[in-house]
Design a protein around this ligand. Structure first.
Ligand code: PMT
Length: 392
């Protein structure tokens, strides 16, 4: 998703840095746009380093039409939004790049007011906000707490975590609202001794993209991950290392889940005995299979629960996966040919075929892992609607 992050001039601008980081971590494309006053509080270099592209210089430079950012955005988020910015937006003034972007966009807009209590309570601010709300702008209410200059009261900008969750919920379908989605991600690490492990090439990108996509579609998400990637915004994360850890963590949360997606690359085997000390020389390893986590989830699935497996194949991908779908008893199996260019392990893109129990196969050409995630969730939503007869 393309997000314009507008930052106006208040002390809370320092918290917008964290908002920017979280949105980028959730795999969104973030263009930071700072007002002149914002630049007195934080440097453009900080946002240029954290955002997906450098801070544009302003309305009159760079040869970019003043409407382009607004036209291309999927969401415009303003954090902090000062009294001055809200007033200019409410009356339709477009005298800098941020206000021009706000007027040019048809995307959802979320504003996060931040100001002193007296200003927040002034009727002019209240009326401007009422005008913006009437036009469909979403407002993340400020909290009470410490303000600039040592004052305390209402007007402190909401915390970055809340802002990101509200902003992402503001766009896109909310077709997983009220659902609990559990996702596994990453390659498990099976200890040989305290130093060495057996693992695989999974980065966790596909699983994290699934968790982020489910959260922005309104789901409560639990991500069980062995990846070192940062947790997507608004997602409860359980960090694990081995297949056994992952199995225990998934068993603890799956009984309450409406959907479980196994995107993790669970190691297929592990040393039968883990050495207490670092060994010297080449070890004589005896291996044993890891538990089949997916089979356990299928055996204990709750009624109506949708189970999704992934299959990493290198030849006759769809044929093998079709057999795996039947063997594993899942509702959907997402097969990626991990030997295809740009697909599978560690890439930002993937090329998959989604196989459905009872027939049906959807081949998706190479696209971002986030887009793959949304396509998988579209199928999940259709299954949920089918099993409950509701409108998800
Ligand atoms: O993490 P990335 O770098 O983004 O890469 C993404 C990916 C290639 C890891 C992902 O798209 C993927 O294919 N994940 C599944 C990889 C895999 O383990 O495939 P499999 O065919 O070996 O296993 C089939 C299914 O059984 C998988 O859902 C797997 O999670 C599950 N499984 C496997 C072994 C085991 N012991 N227990 C399991 O539950």
């Amino acid at each position: 998703m393309r997000i314009v992050l507008g930052v106006s001039g208040g002390i809370a601008a320092y918290k917008a840095v964290e908002v920017c980081r979280r949105l980028v971590d959730s795999t969104h494309h973030v263009t930071p746009v700072l007002t002149e006053a914002a630049l007195r509080f934080v440097g453009a270099a900080t946002f240029s380093a954290l955002g997906s592209e450098p801070v544009p210089e302003g309305l009159w430079s760079g040869g970019i039409p003043h409407t382009r950012l607004g036209q291309e955005a999927d969401l415009v988020l303003v954090a902090p939004a000062t009294a001055d910015l809200l007033a200019r937006y409410a009356v339709g003034i477009a005298d800098d790049l941020l206000t021009a972007t706000l007027l040019a966009t048809r995307a959802p807009v979320v504003v996060c007011p931040a100001m002193h209590t007296e200003m927040w309570e002034h009727p002019a601010v209240a009326e401007n906000l009422a005008t913006l709300r009437r036009r469909g702008v979403r407002v993340v209410e400020p909290a009470s707490g410490r303000l600039a200059g040592g004052d305390v009261g209402v007007g402190r900008m909401a915390e970055p975590e809340t802002i990101v969750a509200v902003a992402l919920a503001a766009c896109g379908p909310q077709d997983l609202r009220g659902r609990h989605v559990v996702v596994s991600a990453g390659g498990t690490r099976e200890a040989i001794d305290p130093v060495r492990v057996i693992t695989n090439r999974s980065s966790g990108k596909q699983g994290h993209a699934l968790a982020a996509a489910a959260a922005s579609r309104g789901a409560r998400v639990t991500l069980v991950t062995s990846s070192s990637l940062p947790a997507p915004a608004g997602v409860e994360t359980v960090e694990v290392e081995s297949a056994s850890d992952m199995q225990a963590a998934l068993q603890a949360v799956a009984s309450d889940a409406d959907v479980v997606v196994m995107a993790a690359a669970v190691a297929d085997f592990r040393p039968k005995v883990v050495a207490d000390h670092k060994g010297h020389g080449v070890p004589d390893l005896e291996l044993e299979p890891t538990p089949d986590i997916l089979a356990g989830l299928v055996a204990h699935r709750r009624p109506g629960q949708v189970l999704v497996g992934f299959a990493a194949e290198t030849d006759d991908a769809v044929g093998r996966a079709r057999r795996k779908l039947e063997q594993k008893g899942v509702d959907l199996l997402v097969v990626n040919d991990v030997s295809a260019p740009g697909a599978g392990f560690d890439h930002d893109t993937n090329e998959v075929t989604i196989l459905e129990s009872g027939g049906g196969a959807t081949a998706l050409p190479l696209r971002s892992k986030r887009e793959v995630a949304d396509a998988v969730l579209d199928k999940v939503v259709a299954r949920l609607r089918g099993s409950t007869g509701d409108s998800a």
